[in-house]
Write a new protein. Structure first.
Length: 209
């Protein structure tokens, strides 16, 4: 790959040269951070491999990359910004690196092809609308490090049938599972002391343990 297509300043990848129809990206080793909106709306981008030197991915970095199917990240990544993968409609699976502590606002919003997500034990919070409109997501396991699930976090995940909420969770935000029409029952641990309005769909049986 021609590394001259990248715009890099002081280790921060700011973007790529205009009019570049690149499909597959390997982030260069001299990059330590991917800046805000660095690849925003790169309509031809299919795959991204992020080098072991990258520690953070900025807000909206890959937002609206609508045919992006594959993202490979190492555990060097400790921070992923809000909306980093917003509306990546072709993304089918993602493994969040161990060391990331929060899943931000609208981080995977509208990733309608996303079927598999792996959340590490380092994550303590799932932000508002984090997985909203992930219509292909059928099941998810929340690790026992998570203490809060934000507003609308899994709203409109219409294929979601199974979710495990651990004893570590203390709050579930408004509309967290709103319109999850395939979710027929959910077990809420006694650790949860706050549940927002319309957190669960009307047809879902809420079981307290």
């Amino acid at each position: 790959m021609n590394e001259n297509i990248f715009i890099i300043e002081d280790g921060v990848l700011l973007g790529i040269e205009k009019n570049n129809n690149i499909n597959n990206v390997i982030i260069p080793d001299n990059v330590t951070r991917i800046g805000k909106y660095a690849f925003y709306q790169c309509e031809n981008l299919v795959s991204v491999t992020i080098s072991n030197n990258v520690t953070s991915i900025g807000e909206g970095a890959f937002a609206r990359c609508t045919i992006l199917k594959s993202v490979t990240m190492s555990d060097s990544v400790k921070y992923i910004g809000n909306g980093a993968f917003f509306k990546c409609e072709s993304l089918k699976s993602i493994t969040i690196p161990d060391g990331v502590t929060s899943i931000g606002y609208r981080e995977f919003y509208g990733c309608e092809s996303l079927k598999s997500i792996t959340i590490p034990d380092s994550v303590t919070s799932i932000g508002d609308d984090a997985f909203c409109e992930c219509e292909s997501l059928k099941s998810i396991t929340i690790p026992d490090s998570v203490t809060s699930i934000g507003e609308g976090a899994f709203g409109d995940c219409t294929s979601l049938k199974s979710i495990t909420i651990p004893d570590s969770v203390t709050s579930i935000g408004e509309w967290s599972f709103y319109n999850c029409t395939s979710l027929k029952s959910i077990t809420i641990p006694n650790s949860v002391t706050s549940i927002g309005i319309d957190a669960f769909p009307d047809n879902c049986k809420v079981i307290r343990k």
